[in-house]
Write a protein that binds this ligand. Structure first.
Ligand code: ATP
Length: 368
């Protein structure tokens, strides 16, 4: 009987529980034993009670829960071969020969490395007499499949990562709340959103809330960004807009690669020599990650979890590690490392040109 383990790793994201639930139930449905590895790679390195067999009922009610109920962690030991060696041993001690990992690009890169090293890890375990040769023979191939769980939507090759639409919904909700008070006092708000090096959340929130101006890392601002932003805000104000919303991704940059911070933008909007607006900064922070998953993420986690189990059962030793994507509304398997590589080369947030037009719908672009 095949034994499939599922774990969550890296930053948590809404919808991870849906993915875990789907993997557990699909694995059981396919006649396999399902396991969860608690606390990400840390659990794999620690072994013992961190690796638990799951029953169909163990994941009841998980669909609507936020975060990840099996825990997640960053694990330094897994960066080292020694840590991965212990992880391999623990997997074999539990009889696990297939692993589904739901995490960001770091976690999935670690997974690919683990899979590539697997045969040599087993040889080393036999050499060190930690495992018997015949025990190892049964586990020659390690099947690994990735699920992308991240609020940042920062992986190329998939339209959406599990969790990004929940975070986007939360950002929009927060902006709506802020807008009411901004309007009342005729204030400006600079709202910082998460996303590290990826501006997808900021860009989509800008489109969805009709923000006055946005800053994202994929579109480093020209030297004249100060004049440009103040010009647009000034026009909006002249046309009677009582609120100003600027959305800034935490990784926003200028053309020279210097960071543009929310405080810098605030000082500019508040400058008495210029616009002189009563301006506040709101950093949304981890509110964006928390709470229950929106319907889309529950659906995505479920559909992709089902596909991940199928993929891990069908994976051939000679094919590259795959991850489960969604493109044009279809769930698909794609080579993992290609997507990681493309992510480094393609600016995901501006892959979609149509959004450029949507941003141009703000008042400042309207010729009266
Ligand atoms: P997020 O997008 O939320 O940051 P992530 O999966 O990219 O998620 P990381 O902190 O990069 O988060 O990685 C999570 C864990 O994956 C690390 O703590 C480490 O245990 C493992 N990992 C990441 N990169 C590697 C690697 N190159 N080799 C081995 N393990 C890795």
């Amino acid at each position: 009987k095949k034994k499939i383990a599922i774990m969550t790793s890296g930053g948590d994201s809404p919808g991870m529980n849906a993915a875990v639930r789907a993997c557990v139930r699909m694995a059981i449905h396919m006649g396999c034993d399902a396991y969860c590895v608690y606390e990400g790679y840390e659990g794999l390195v620690q072994g013992g009670d961190f690796i638990r067999q799951m029953d169909w009922h163990d994941v009841r009610g998980w669909l609507s829960e936020g975060g990840t109920l099996i825990g997640t962690a960053r694990c330094m030991a897994f960066f080292e071969r020694a840590g991965r060696l212990t992880a391999a041993k623990n997997m074999i001690l539990h009889g696990i020969d297939a692993l589904i990992i739901c995490g960001g690009d770091g976690s999935l890169t670690g997974a690919d490395r683990f899979r590539a090293e697997w045969p040599s890890l087993l040889e080393e375990l036999v050499r060190k007499k930690e495992l018997m040769a015949d025990q190892v023979e049964l586990y020659k191939h390690l099947n690994i499949v990735g699920l992308v769980g991240s609020i940042d939507n920062d992986l190329s090759g998939t339209d959406a990562t599990i969790g990004c639409y929940s975070a986007l919904a939360r950002v929009c909700y927060a902006v709506d709340l802020i807008e009411a008070t901004a309007s009342s006092h005729s204030r400006a708000f600079v709202i910082e959103v998460m996303g590290r090096h990826c501006g997808w959340l900021a860009l989509m929130a800008g489109v969805a809330t009709g923000a006055d101006f946005i800053f994202i890392p994929e579109k480093p601002r020209e030297d004249n960004w100060r004049e440009e932003m103040c010009g647009i805000v000034h026009q909006h104000r002249k046309r009677g807009k009582r609120k100003t919303i600027v959305i800034i991704a935490e990784g926003a940059l200028d053309k020279e690669g210097n960071k543009i911070t929310a405080e810098m933008v605030k000082d500019l909007l508040a400058d008495k020599q210029g616009l002189g607006l009563d301006t506040r900064v709101t950093t949304l922070g981890h509110v964006q990650r928390g709470g229950t998953a929106v319907a889309y993420d529950r659906m995505l986690g479920t559909l992709q979890g089902v596909e991940a189990v199928k993929a891990v059962l069908e994976a051939a030793p000679e094919t590259p590690t795959c991850f489960i994507a969604i493109t044009e509304n279809k769930i698909a398997r794609k080579p993992l490392m290609q997507a990681v590589q493309d992510t480094k080369e393609v600016a995901k947030a501006i892959e979609r040109q149509d959004f450029q037009m949507a941003m141009s719908l703000r008042d400042a672009e309207f010729e009266e």
